[in-house]
Design a protein around this ligand. Structure first.
Ligand SMILES: Cc1cc2nc3c(=O)[nH]c(=O)nc-3n(C[C@H](O)[C@H](O)[C@H](O)COP(=O)(O)OP(=O)(O)OC[C@H]3O[C@@H](n4cnc5c(N)ncnc54)[C@H](O)[C@@H]3O)c2cc1C
Length: 507
């Protein structure tokens, strides 16, 4: 049996892995990516969903990271406008806060300056009148509110669409494929991979092996590297709540509890508010299922209720909760908020044109710049075998093309004749950007594809798109990562969607 060979193989379908695969194929390397579960099922689907410079990292003097992140923020706002949208955030300052209003204001102005020409709407201090009109906020001893801008994303969709963009450029992208063994040959690596859907093992060979396995990086690294000195990782767990919308408008909040942490209260998917995050030490080694703790849940509830007393919540109001674990490069800091979000790339050669790279740490916002740096290292050693070039700094990301398709009026008319316009098109455009047209075409191609599955507003056409075009295999792949139907479904509706997934996959 011939063994398939690739120039670059990436392990891990989180945001960093898919970004590296997209960058690799963009430069012309034959590229394979494998993910043992679904894309973004681990850290990348469980974040605070901000595309941000990290205003609070200024306090830790992480200027380089802030600058790099702000540049990437601008690139993502331009290239993925359906998935990364501008967000205005209020920072309320109280009399007892350790950071006085002038300090918060200076921080925001500094943040604007760091963004330079890439800045979004500049920060400003709200007037007393405007401050007191934010009626959801606790007004006792409120000294002022400063507003600044950042980006917000749907983290799992950003990951899925980056993977699909890599595939569209020519990469081989496989979810539910797990790396189980690595052997170093003279000038290449021989990998044994398990196809988890078919329960079948196979082998491939690769010149470059890239370890982007998030929290699993150190465990995988030990199997590959001969080096003793590696960056240590600290695992910091964070939890979030999704509750029915509390804001009066689409502005979010960055609140500063007295323990020095930061908690975000953000508008989320039209009807919801996202509250998070916590920071606690995680010492487990099962990164597939991260439990939350009672203490963290109590902390989030108490903090929210303290700042938003008129909107008091309890666990009964929580529609959905999730936990994730950050992998942070450990420099021995005790304060978890002060640990850098900077990443470290480790590299070693195998032969003259082959080698191994591993990424420790990082954040969603910088996934593209990280990928560029990694693939530059491969470029310095290996000649790409495909003659093509994509510039990820400017090319739209998958559904990021103009949503106004040349035939859109005709398609909208056809949908309208079938009573499917405009609410369907609005939702599809919000989730899939310019790719909405593909779902519309599936719906138009067959009356069966226009039947509702599970819940009003979700058509079989969209499910077919999620499963066949977006590589969803399991229920959560569809209802949690490709859509957010999970917030609305009861068990019966879940069962209906599951049945349809099985039926689509069996064909
Ligand atoms: C609570 C929280 C809030 C955050 N908020 C933000 C934010 O607002 N903005 C921001 O920019 N960043 C944020 N981050 C950081 C960001 O989420 C992470 O830096 C990023 O998602 C890491 O991505 P990754 O690809 O490295 O890891 P992961 O997403 O964990 O992906 C690693 C993948 O590797 C796969 N894998 C492991 N072993 C194998 C194997 N043997 N074979 C095949 N596949 C394998 C895993 O299944 C997994 O899917 C937050 C993180 C947390 C925890």
């Amino acid at each position: 049996m011939t063994i398939q060979s690739f120039q670059v193989t990436v392990i891990g379908g989180g945001i960093n892995g898919v970004g590296i695969a997209r960058e690799s194929i963009s430069k012309g390397f034959s590229t394979l990516l494998i993910e043992k579960d679904d894309f973004a099922h681990a850290t990348s689907g469980n974040s605070s969903k901000l595309i941000h410079g990290g205003i609070r990292y200024l306090e830790n003097a992480e200027f380089k990271l802030v600058q790099e992140s702000l540049k990437e923020r601008k690139i993502l706002l331009n290239t993925a406008p359906h998935l990364v949208t501008p967000l205005r955030l209020n920072i309320p300052v109280y009399g007892t806060d350790k950071r006085p209003p002038w300090m918060v204001w200076s921080g925001c102005k500094m943040y604007d300056l760091f963004a330079g020409p890439d800045n979004m709407k500049p920060s400003r201090k709200l007037s007393d009148d405007e401050t007191h009109r934010i009626s959801v906020l606790n007004q006792d001893d409120l000294k002022g509110v400063v507003q600044y801008s950042d980006g917000q994303t749907r983290d799992a969709r950003l990951t899925v669409e980056t993977a699909l963009s890599a595939q569209e450029y020519g990469a081989d992208i496989r979810n539910y494929h797990e790396l189980i063994k690595v052997e170093s040959k003279e000038n290449s690596y021989l990998l044994t991979i398990l196809d988890k859907r078919l329960n079948k093992e196979y082998q491939i060979s690769t010149k470059y092996l890239i370890n982007a396995a998030g929290p699993w990086v150190p465990a995988l690294d030990k199997k590959i590297t001969k080096k003793q000195k590696r960056p240590g990782l600290k695992y910091v767990r964070g939890i979030h709540f999704v509750v029915p919308k509390i804001q009066e408008d689409d502005t979010g909040f960055l609140i500063l509890p007295s323990d020095g942490r930061v908690v975000f209260v953000l508008p989320w998917i039209q009807d919801f508010t996202l509250i998070g995050t916590t920071e606690s030490n995680f010492s487990g080694d099962d990164f597939d299922v991260i439990p939350s703790s009672q203490e963290e849940e109590d902390y989030l509830l108490e903090t929210f209720n303290q700042f938003f007393p008129s909107k008091k919540i309890s666990m009964d109001d929580v529609v959905y909760k999730y936990s994730g674990v950050r992998s942070l490069v450990d420099h021995g800091e005790d304060n978890m908020s002060a640990i850098s979000r900077e990443y470290v790339v480790e590299q070693e050669d195998l032969g003259s044109d082959s080698g191994y790279l591993a990424v420790f740490g990082g954040k969603i916002t910088t996934y593209r710049s990280l990928a560029v740096k990694m693939i530059d290292k491969v470029l310095s050693k290996l000649e790409p075998e495909i003659n093509k070039h994509h510039n990820t700094e400017i090319e739209p990301l998958f559904g990021g093309y103009d949503i106004n398709h040349p035939q859109q009026d005709e398609i909208k008319q056809q949908l309208s004749d079938l009573k499917l316009e405009p609410s369907f098109v609005d939702r599809w455009q919000m989730y899939y950007g310019s790719r909405w047209i593909e779902i519309a075409n599936i719906a138009l191609s067959n009356p069966d594809h226009r039947k509702t599955i599970g819940i009003e507003g979700y058509l079989k056409a969209e499910l077919i798109y999620n499963v066949i075009h977006e590589k969803a295999h399991k229920l959560e792949d569809v209802i949690l990562r490709r859509t957010k139907l999970i917030y609305h479904l009861d068990q019966n509706q879940r069962d209906q969607i599951q049945q349809e997934i099985n039926s689509i996959l069996s064909k």
